[in-house]
Design a protein around this ligand. Sequence first.
Ligand code: AMP
Ligand code: MG
Length: 346
Amino acid sequence: METRMMNAHSPEAQSWASQLFSAGKLVAFPTETVYGLGANALDKDAVLSIFAAKGRPADNPLIVHIWDRAQMEGLCEIPEGAEPLMDAFWPGPLTMLFPRTSRIPDQVTAGLPTVAMRMPSMACTRELLKTCGLPIAAPSANLSGRPSPTTAAHVMEDMEGRIPLILDGGPCQVGLESTVLDLTRGAPTILRPGGVTKEMIERVLGQEVRVAGSVLRPLRPEEKALSPGMRYKHYAPMGSVTLVEGETGAVLALMRKNCLADRQNGRKSCVLCFTEHMGDLADCDPHDIGSVRNDREVAHRLFDILRKLDQEGMETIYSEVIPPEGVGLAVMNRLGRAAAFRTVRA
Ligand code: AMP
Ligand code: MG
């Protein structure tokens, strides 16, 4: 199959994408979080072809994308607490789990009683969702196990020959997947941190929000994943990533020592560091993850850097860490998983 890439803003591309959705076909499209691989959420065969194109395990459910709240009628119930969050954060990078009806095919939710709903904010994507008039099920548009795509070129790398159309809307603004929030079982719980932070949700709800335990550590063998996606190996570059924490001077010294030692042993090694430390690690092939003072910049850059590590054939990678607060929680969740939570203290 030939995969075409078209400007997401062009009316011609929007109209073709809309026709493809109606015909049960797949389209990759930009959102403010990452690129999504979409299909009509009410067409079970179309949904199954998402799993096939990505090589995604069938028990990892998808997020349903809408442009207007009225589209949820007949698909799910809105639990208490959700309205003020929709008012505050929709459209935007917040996904919420709602009890679903049987109109949502089991293939979308992996048989779970809840469906994940989100209203993306990017104007051209809202336009597309409005034009096609369908709820669109869409996971990230990467091959399963690879970093989520934050540019149309990333999507092409993974999906060429597998789907007919990629809409190019430029680099994604947030660069990490949406926050997934569960309001259906007691205390509001973040299953996956993202651009809408714990602190932002707490301010709206006026109560404490929990964070699933496995966000900053591996899932224990006996532990049930609240969000099936947490079970899978994710975001892992081919090389081995080690997080280095501690006082800045000691961190930089240890990263440099390990990187240079690995090179002596014939391994291709590099470091991921803040813009402010690029000069200190100039002989370690430093990759700039953004400013130490800007967690949103680090989020925006992370997946692109993880993909580059593979292209460069890096075998060992040492990375600085950021405090797990604000968007830093989402960054450390993704970076932690990329490192299989391997951490050393300097
Ligand atoms: P992706 O769209 O690739 O970012 O993946 C969607 C994420 O949402 C995965 O981590 C899923 O496990 C999670 N998810 C989707 N639906 C549900 C649900 N009904 N219950 C719990 N987690 C869900
Ligand atoms: Mg994904």
